[in-house]
Design a protein around this ligand. Structure first.
Ligand SMILES: NC(=O)c1ccc[n+]([C@@H]2O[C@H](COP(=O)([O-])OP(=O)(O)OC[C@H]3O[C@@H](n4cnc5c(N)ncnc54)[C@H](OP(=O)(O)O)[C@@H]3O)[C@@H](O)[C@H]2O)c1
Length: 336
């Protein structure tokens, strides 16, 4: 993979990227962030001749698809795509041992099959729907997935900003919207997409297939503004991140990107009934020292109750022992 455009490192166009450097470039900003991820052919089709996006994917696209998921708290996807693409709950990976939740959006309230079956170790499955689904469908969804897993956001149709607020309240702040084209169209119209990750596959399929955004025209006359933030290329596949303009046409000021250092273990102290323990936080969430630990026997830092944040990053470890000055002196004395 080589860099074509990276505003953070203007001197590096053309440089080759290893897996970790690529992961860093796609690291999301701090705070709430909605990023879409779609693949399109050069002639603008969201699918191949078989009607599925899988047939136009390339190896570099697969790699970025996977790392975007690793960075996400939730994968938001239209129920149509869950059905058409045979989605199942998200698997854990080496980089994301607690996988993202799979959140299906549906107006009808019908639970897609891929959401129904919890598989050992996989992420949660949530359904976002609205009152318009009707009492019968909502009852069926709750009995299939559980009361807590069905978020009713909006009256006749799904209110996406409210749905994202509800996800954030559960600690799912970085949302990856994987389509399909109808959901992405509504999300752009609602102004909730901060950034679009887009892959241009080196293929031309012709035909009359749908594009990556469908629905009514977005904004007159020129559509929603986007500007490139990152462009990389491998074997003819062009991948990039495009920042999306707000309704007033301006771009959100670039938020601070988490540095690798911030992903390091950060210690803080919590007092339990018996002792002061050192708790190490991995990741973005600030340490809440004001919050008492859940219990003296499990002194993890809690975060919002039951949240993914607390499960993922609140963990207790023994403080690291430092090498003492004398031992390092002895070691250097032995060195030639
Ligand atoms: N190129 C790519 O990167 C990419 C990515 C994803 C999908 N695709 C392709 O896109 C095709 C599917 O397109 P699609 O537009 O039908 O996908 P979609 O947006 O995933 O599915 C549409 C369905 O999702 C629900 N939905 C979507 N937006 C909603 C909203 N704002 N509010 C409430 N419900 C909403 C509705 O489900 P209910 O009917 O249950 O109400 C709707 O019928 C497939 O061929 C798939 O392979 C391509």
């Amino acid at each position: 993979m080589r860099v074509l455009l990276d505003p953070r490192r203007p001197a590096s166009p053309g440089s080759r990227l290893g897996a970790e450097a690529l992961r860093d470039l796609y690291r999301p900003p701090r705070g709430r962030w909605v990023r879409s991820n779609m693949v399109t052919t050069l002639d603008g089709s969201a699918v191949g001749a078989d009607g599925r996006s899988g047939s136009v994917n390339t190896a570099p696209d697969h790699r970025v698809f996977a790392l975007l998921r690793d960075h996400a708290d939730a994968v938001l996807v239209g129920a149509g795509t869950v059905r058409d693409e045979g989605y199942t709950r998200v698997r854990p990976t080496r980089h994301s041992p607690v996988p993202a939740a799979l959140v299906a959006v549906t107006r009808s309230g019908r639970v897609p099959d891929g959401l129904r079956t919890p598989v050992e170790g996989r992420g949660d499955g949530l359904l976002v729907t609205c009152e318009g689904a009707g009492a019968k469908a909502l009852r069926a969804a709750r009995s299939a997935l559980g009361e807590d897993a069905v978020l009713v956001c909006g009256g006749p149709s799904v209110d996406l900003p409210a749905a994202l607020d509800a996800l954030a309240a559960r600690g799912l702040r970085h949302v990856l919207l994987e389509g399909g084209p109808s959901l992405l169209g509504t999300a752009l119209a609602a102004g909730v997409v901060d950034e679009m990750a887009t892959t241009i596959a080196p293929a031309v399929v012709g035909g009359d297939f749908r594009r990556i955004v469908t629905g009514p025209p977005l904004a007159e006359p020129g559509g929603v503004g986007v500007r490139p933030h990152l462009l990389v290329e491998e074997a003819g596949t062009l991948l990039g991140l495009w920042r999306v303009a707000r309704a007033d046409g301006r771009f959100r000021p670039p938020p601070a990107v988490r540095t690798a250092r911030e992903w390091d273990v950060r210690p803080c102290r919590h007092r339990t009934a018996r002792a002061t323990v050192e708790v190490h936080h991995l990741g973005r969430s600030p340490c809440p020292p004001h919050q008492p630990p859940a219990s003296p026997t499990r002194p993890d830092c809690t975060g919002p109750a039951g949240s993914r944040w607390s499960r993922r990053w609140g963990r207790s470890t023994r403080p690291r022992r430092r090498r003492c000055a004398a031992s390092s002196t002895r070691r250097s004395a032995r060195e030639p």
